[in-house]
Design a protein around this ligand. Structure first.
Ligand SMILES: [Zn+2]
Length: 182
């Protein structure tokens, strides 16, 4: 890799150091992987490492702000057997919104909260009924069947923790239910 300070191709090493990444105007500290010139010690730009560091910063920001992580949004959506577009329509979001969040974009707080609430089958049932004009009869049936299955297998308590009543293959999807969202 080229080092501008040495003005030569140099060998490099990757070091872990605490760095501050701005996320929505807020500095977020992450344990970042940084590429260093092994000759002069200058920090060198590395696209791949930088995008990984940024992903860590986003994940940390979500944690601090009580936002769902992308994989958690995906798990909620998959509970109901829906594609990203249809899940977004049921929630009344734009067609591409859920795809964007699952791909790592930061969710808006209100939309995040809507998805958190949709994790509760009773809330989802209401949303599904309200969305019938926006989705096909087939998508409605898919969601309704998945919802029935979810409702049979879990119950919801006021502490937002799912209680698993049967040992089924959806357990692993629900096991993160004891995480707290402030
Ligand atoms: Zn150098």
């Amino acid at each position: 890799m080229y080092c501008p300070k040495c003005q030569a191709e140099v060998s490099t090493v990757v070091q872990e150091m605490t760095e501050s990444y701005p996320v929505k105007g807020e500095p977020v500290l992450v344990e970042a992987q940084v590429r260093i010139c092994s000759v002069c010690g200058e920090e060198l730009w590395d696209d791949v490492l930088d995008s990984q560091n940024l992903r860590r910063a986003y994940a940390q920001y979500r944690k601090t702000h009580g936002l769902l992580q992308p994989e958690e949004i995906q798990e909620i959506r998959e509970l109901y057997g829906l594609s990203q577009v249809i899940f977004a329509r049921v929630l009344g979001l734009g067609d591409k919104t859920v795809a964007r969040y699952e791909n790592g974009s930061l969710a808006d707080a209100a939309q995040n909260n809507l998805i958190v609430l949709a994790r509760n089958p009773e809330n989802f049932r209401q949303l599904l009924e309200m969305s019938r004009c926006r989705i096909t009869a087939q998508d409605y049936e898919t969601a309704r069947k998945a919802l029935e299955q979810v409702s049979r297998q879990v119950s919801y308590n006021p502490k937002q923790i799912y209680v698993i009543q049967e040992d089924t293959d959806i357990n692993f999807k629900l096991n993160w239910g004891d995480r707290k969202y402030a």
